[in-house]
Design a protein around this ligand. Sequence first.
Ligand SMILES: Cc1cc2nc3c(=O)[nH]c(=O)nc-3n(C[C@H](O)[C@H](O)[C@H](O)COP(=O)(O)OP(=O)(O)OC[C@H]3O[C@@H](n4cnc5c(N)ncnc54)[C@H](O)[C@@H]3O)c2cc1C
Length: 382
Amino acid sequence: MPEAVVTPSARDHGARRDLGSPALSHLAQPVMARVNQLSEDFWLDSAAVDTAAAVPASHLDALARAGLYGIYAPVGEDGLGLDGAATSAVVEELASGCVATTFLWVQHLRLLSTMLDPETPLSWRERLKGDVVAGRCKGGVVLTGLMPGPPRLRAEPAGDGWRLEGEAPWVSGWGLVDKLVVVARAPGSRIVSLLLEAKEVPGLSATPARLSALNATSTVSLHFDGLAVPGDRALGERPYKEGEDALAGLRLNGSFALGLTKRCCLIVGPSALDEELVARRGQLDAAAPDEMPAARAAACELALRAAHAVVVSRGSVSALAGDVGERLAREANVLAVFGSRPAIKSELLERFHATPSGPAATKRVTAPEGGTYGNACTTNES
Ligand SMILES: Cc1cc2nc3c(=O)[nH]c(=O)nc-3n(C[C@H](O)[C@H](O)[C@H](O)COP(=O)(O)OP(=O)(O)OC[C@H]3O[C@@H](n4cnc5c(N)ncnc54)[C@H](O)[C@@H]3O)c2cc1C
């Protein structure tokens, strides 16, 4: 029996309408017009991307042509010069078209930030910044060194450089990005950032992860087995402080849940979900750092509920593998765990009335002793 082919149709797409987009600066308005179009183009491919091994190169090229690889680089350096609010709005809009494509592109922002950082060695900025801003050089991230508890990825000094040992359990964009910004733990409670080529070499191997959704992000786990890294690959070094907080930096990933919800709202048609979307966006935008976990959890919960509203409103066709409702629900599941932190997880479980109880509970949902929600990165927190 041939399988039913499920592709997005006009009915799946839903009529476009205003869902309370944020006020945008004069710089951001023309960018957003282009992003709206890209998002609709991506949406038409989204069922195919769901089953693809990798996000199509045409999507990445389209992002580069729109200047989005240099989204917040200064205009004088060929960037789009957008601020944080506009960057969040772009992530939301693109995610309403294709979460996998957006996810992959967001990983690049760490490399972009690195190239814009005056602390990054001048030699790297001179060599790479133009290509990074233009998207000719695409980046991924390995933030394993920031994770609390015993180091999972260790950098030991070796000659004039470093030797890497350990695991990075989640790295997206393998085979699609050129460079990786790797954060590893160094001796003396320090962390070091290194710039690596994103390819297998002796001492570095990749094992693909088979994801239930967003599989086209080409996510792998990386195994570092004494990988020698020359000293000129070091981008910077600083003390590691478990508990060092960057909760404000958690705003951007909240836009994935908003974008997925936006698509669900378009499919379901006008409903109370529209107002909730506006409210959750406002909550994320207004959140002080200590309020961010609750705002992130609320956005995730809305995305999960909105996806299930699509499933229910479409009826039994949603039971077909690859149906738009089934797919959006799988994507919402992944967004509920990606880029999480202990406080986001606790807030989300509370919203599900599933806060663990009993003696083992605290261990299960909170960070290890002296745990952290921290992340040094303000633009890509992965
Ligand atoms: C599909 C997918 C793709 C991903 N792609 C990437 C990627 O490309 N690069 C990448 O670095 N990570 C990536 N991650 C990992 C990621 O964003 C988080 O590590 C993860 O979502 C947290 O998962 P967890 O709650 O199971 O905690 P675990 O992975 O078990 O982590 C243990 C603890 O570390 C904390 N933690 C995890 N990451 C950080 C961090 N960056 N800073 C501070 N604390 C942290 C968690 O909050 C948790 O308390 C990806 C995750 C998924 C699911």
